[in-house]
Structures are given as C-alpha cells and as structure tokens.
Design a protein around this ligand. Structure first.
Ligand code: SF4
Length: 136
C-alpha cells in the first residue's frame, strides 16, 4: 500500500472485488485466504463483504478515509493489485466514498501537493524565516 493508500481505503469499500476462483488458497497455487472469500459463480469468488450494497472488504482494517491497512496485503487478489493510486478506479472509489477534494482531486493528488508544501523540503526551507532568538 502506498503511504496515501494507508489514509484512504476507498477502493476496498466501494466495489465488489471479484476474481477467478483459483486465486483462492483452496486451489493449487492459490494465495487468497479462502475463508475471507465467498462464491459468486462456479468460476468466480469475491472478497467477503464486497458483494453488498455497502461494500467493505473483510480484510480491511481501520476507518475508510482515516488510517487503514489490508490484513492480507501480500495475498490480496488480482483486482486489488491492478488498482493504481490516482487511476480511474481509484478516483471513482474516492468519489463514491465522498473523499475527493473540492476540485475533484484524489487523496493521492492532495497528499502529493501537501508533500511539496511540507516544511523541510529544500525550496520551502529557503523561505522559512527563523524567529529571532532573545539573546541576539
Ligand atoms: S483484499 Fe485487501 S486490498 Fe483487496 S479489497 Fe480487501 S482490504 Fe482491500
């Protein structure tokens, strides 16, 4: 998870996360814990909690829009690996969860801008005026 993903989680709580059944660990070579999945069709499974009107993956810890973590990150299914921070699915998930900024910016874009403005970056350091010390 990228740093900004760890303060989002929208894509884990906006869509049904479905994938080919053999990604689950009850199939040879599968890696997604089968107990955290449910069967959709004979060929498809999804992460439990995401096949719902208010989807939220059971493997997601924390509060969406706050501090979050995927409990099975190294074993997550392919749809989770395919989302790229700031891509169309990410943006749509954040819109659905009401997490985009006033100009439609994603958390990742806002976070990148904040990083540029963070005191301590070289450009910013040159603009910081240190308070006068009482003894000078
Ligand atoms: S498996 Fe992990 S990354 Fe995928 S939806 Fe669930 S919590 Fe999110």
């Amino acid at each position: 998870m990228s740093d900004s993903c760890q303060s989002c989680g929208a894509c884990c709580a906006a869509f049904r996360v479905s994938f080919y059944w053999a990604e689950a660990d009850d199939a040879p070579g599968g890696h997604v814990p089968v107990t955290l999945t449910e069967e959709l069709t004979p060929h498809l499974r999804c992460m439990r909690g995401t096949h719902s009107r208010a989807p939220r993956c059971v493997a997601l810890d924390g509060e969406v829009g706050g501090a979050v973590a995927c409990r099975i990150y190294p074993q997550r299914p392919s749809p989770c690996r395919e989302v790229i921070p700031g891509d169309e699915r990410c943006r749509r998930a954040q819109e659905l969860r009401g997490l985009t900024g006033p100009n439609g910016e994603t958390i990742h874009e806002i976070s990148a801008r904040m990083e540029l403005l963070r005191p301590g970056t070289p450009d910013e350091l040159t603009q910081v005026t240190l308070p006068r010390k009482p003894w000078t």
